[in-house]
Design a protein around this ligand. Structure first.
Ligand SMILES: C[S@@+](CC[C@H](N)C(=O)[O-])C[C@H]1O[C@@H](n2cnc3c(N)ncnc32)[C@H](O)[C@@H]1O
Length: 579
């Protein structure tokens, strides 16, 4: 993507102001709007880490909203250098897990959404806590060379993406640096070339972010050399963190859209909830969504308006159409449309179906899901096929998958193939191995591994996912794969008791990481290799420390960018049994 330098903050922001000293107080101001979240640090000097870590310990939902009077009072009582509504100019020295810029006023940490590392920014304090506070970006006084103009016209309102204002190279470098930071800080691991200044850092000072992509490659070469030297010397090992594998074209990558439906000025609309609210904003295009999904949603809304279909109203519980869900098979082009409705009966159902079939020939499955509960959960329990097939098909690599209305399927199929390819590479399969895939979902990784293994066992806690996994194994003629429903921490010890031994164990847990009992079982089962696929570097680092203490050695970690322009960091780690 062409990098556009900009001195302006994100769309809708103010102008570039004049330079002022770091942390210089400007004025008290009008009422602020409390908001923002803070989580684990990425790329921060050690001084900030304690404050950021403290913020990370509490989930956003548990953090109380600021109360205007008490916030100012508390800040004054605590002797903080700023109080609510102060305006200050600060240097942004890092970016936290939520993509918020991190700055300091006399050692006090402020998080400001939209500000980038290396920038000087004028911000207004929204909320103060004892160790850190939140501020609103008013002006970028000095812009980072990594700042780009976000191409999405609704970026500021939507909240689905958090990093569109950061160049893609710098996003990748920041994700790698975030992994390095947590491995060192939480995992207490030594990262080859991971010390400050040696690796890529979009969160470093000033121009460090600009050179981040190149620095990543240079840091990597240094890392490889360091690792080879250590091996030769037989010394303490260092983990290699590879550069983040990004997308050649990091847009339009999502295969699934779930759009809430509502009414604006009497017309049926669908799009997204405005940031921090349940107000629906109409949207015609989403730049990270496959174009076909945009097209289907736009036409379905138009057909709904033509037929006088009512939209569900969250407050009154009245109205019919709640969500439009669309899935597309990137390889096959097949599409599924799911109308989530507040009730069984769809008025003029035949006309709906006829219009969709005529206008959208790629749609091979039209389903209805009924959800009459007053809840934020999208799907209800009952799904029926209105027309066409129950499933669409798609491929990851050479493996074919049947995807139903409710199946979980990775949303970025291009990068899923990259991630699973890395998993297979780290598993080091020759065709003779027995592999266990813990937290297997619908068996995507299991079947990918099964192409290269003697036997694969998959375990997953959701019964429907295991049913899908078995269907998919059959679809691919793979009868050397066994799936079982249950908690990995219960089923795998039972397998061990039954005499099942694994050469390789693959884990792909949810954000909270692996259950300690499972890690204990892995250590006792002594597989040669463990491959850890993680959507949360912090819990990955925590679990790697447990495996290291249990006689394993983390060899290499590769971040894979599954969700460009968002703060989500996915990675794959190779862990070997120490000799
Ligand atoms: C990150 S997903 C991975 C899914 C799959 N490996 C994939 O790539 O599509 C984590 C999965 O773990 C499942 N899960 C959560 N807790 C579990 C547990 N204790 N034992 C087994 N599976 C669990 C979830 O239902 C979910 O399908």
């Amino acid at each position: 993507m062409k990098k556009q330098r900009s001195n302006n903050r994100r769309p809708g922001g103010g102008r570039t102001g004049g330079a002022r000293g770091q942390g210089q107080k400007i004025a008290g101001g009008a009422k602020g709007n409390p908001g923002g979240r803070g989580e684990a640090s990425g790329s921060l000097p050690s001084r900030e880490r304690a404050a950021v870590a403290a913020a990370a310990e509490r989930p956003a939902s548990a953090r109380p909203a600021a109360r205007a009077g008490s916030s100012v009072h508390e800040a004054a009582m605590a002797g903080l250098p700023v109080v609510k509504n102060d305006e200050v100019v600060i240097d942004i020295i890092g970016m936290n897990h939520d993509g918020e810029g991190v700055g300091r006023v006399e050692g006090y940490t402020l998080f400001a959404a939209g500000a980038l590392p290396g920038e000087k920014a004028r911000v207004k304090v929204l909320k103060t806590k004892k160790q850190y506070g939140y501020a609103k970006l008013l002006d970028v006084v000095e812009a980072s060379p990594d700042r780009v103009a976000a191409p999405c016209p609704i970026y500021d309102k939507c909240g689905g993406c958090q990093l569109q204002h950061l160049s893609y190279d710098a996003q990748l470098a920041w994700k790698r640096q975030h992994v390095v930071d947590v491995l060192e800080r939480i995992g207490k691991l030594r990262v080859a070339g991971g010390a400050p200044g040696a690796g890529a850092s979009a969160g470093g000072s000033g121009a460090a972010g600009a050179a981040a992509g190149t620095a990543a490659a240079a840091g990597q070469a240094a890392a490889d050399a360091a690792r080879a030297a250590e091996h030769a010397a037989g010394g303490d090992h260092a983990v290699v963190v590879r550069p983040t594998i990004g997308m050649a074209a990091p847009w339009r990558y999502r295969n699934k859209a779930q759009v809430p439906v509502g009414v604006i000025d009497g017309a049926l609309v669908g799009g997204f909830y405005a940031r921090g609210s349940h107000r629906i904003i109409d949207m015609e295009t989403c730049l990270i969504q496959h174009e076909s999904n945009d097209d289907v949603i736009s036409r379905v809304k138009a057909i709904g308006r033509r037929l006088g279909i009512t939209a569900y109203d969250e407050e009154t519980g009245q109205g019919l159409l709640r969500h439009v869900v669309v899935k597309v098979g990137f390889r096959t082009g097949e599409m599924m449309l799911v109308l989530v409705t507040n009730g069984d009966r769809i008025p003029r159902e035949d006309e709906w179906i006829a219009a969709i079939r005529e206008e959208l020939p790629a749609v091979v499955s039209i389903c209805q899901n009924v959800n009459t509960r007053q809840t934020n959960v999208i799907f209800g329990d009952v799904t029926r096929v209105l027309w066409g097939r129950e499933v669409i098909y798609d491929y990851i690599g050479d493996v074919k998958f049947a995807i139903s209305a409710r199946s979980f399927y990775q949303v970025n199929p291009i990068q899923t193939e990259v991630l699973y390819g890395k998993t297979v590479e780290y598993a080091g399969l020759t065709g003779q191995e027995t592999v266990i895939d813990a937290y297997c979902g619908i068996g995507t990784i299991s079947l990918f591994l099964a192409q290269h293994a003697k036997r694969v066992y998959g375990v997953e806690i959701v019964k429907e996912a295991i049913e899908d996994a078995r269907v998919n194994a059959k679809l691919n003629g793979m009868n050397h794969v066994t799936f079982e429903v249950g908690a990995s921490e219960d089923v795998i010890p039972a397998w061990k008791e039954q005499g099942i031994e694994a050469d390789v164990i693959v884990v792909d847990p949810p954000r909270k990481g692996c259950d300690p009992h499972l890690l204990d079982t892995i250590i006792k089962m002594k597989p040669e290799r463990v491959v850890y696929v993680s959507c949360n570097p912090a819990t990955l680092a925590r679990d790697l420390r447990i495996l290291e203490d249990g006689g394993y050695r983390t060899v290499e970690v590769t971040p894979v960018d599954m969700f460009p322009h968002t703060v989500h960091v996915e990675c794959c780690a190779l862990i070997e049994r120490s000799k």
